[in-house]
Design a protein around this ligand. Sequence first.
Ligand code: SF4
Length: 183
Amino acid sequence: MKRGKTIFIVCHCLLNSNAKVYPLADTKGVYTDDLASLLQNGVGLVQLPCPETCYLGMNRWGMTKEQYDHKAYRDFCKMLLTPTMLQITAFAKEGYSISGVAGMDGSPNCGINTTCIGYCGGAICANNEKDLTKDFKTVAGRGLFIEIFAELLRAEGIAPSFISLHHETTTLSDQTGDKIDEI
Ligand code: SF4
């Protein structure tokens, strides 16, 4: 039997950068460099769903943690995590190691060490500011989806380590390979 019985949970876009808000994908598909050491160590990967794509689709724009933080979205995240929790608790019950959760720093939802706050507005915003990034701040703390996931794991007595394998790029000049004119 070759199975390693070690499970690592990764946020959706680490295995599929296509889920990211335009134009934040900075690799074509899988973040292979960031995941290489996990793969070499023989862990099995469980991919979380992307809450933003499921809730708002691919034509969403970037928002902050505070903008997502309302009851309907929290309830949606809990519902979305139900199949994942069924998988994880099944593995844990049989003695598999749930060794870690990897997110995407800077994300309002999947940040581990950093997330983003502030009111960014949209096409129409409350104070008619032209600079929509004016109130945007990257701060220490977890994203909302990861916070909710951690609470669900804690309720089941599962305590993996939380690590960030990648930091979300936030400026257009950081982008490589994505079509900025698709915004
Ligand atoms: S960071 Fe999370 S919410 Fe954002 S695209 Fe990746 S999986 Fe989706």
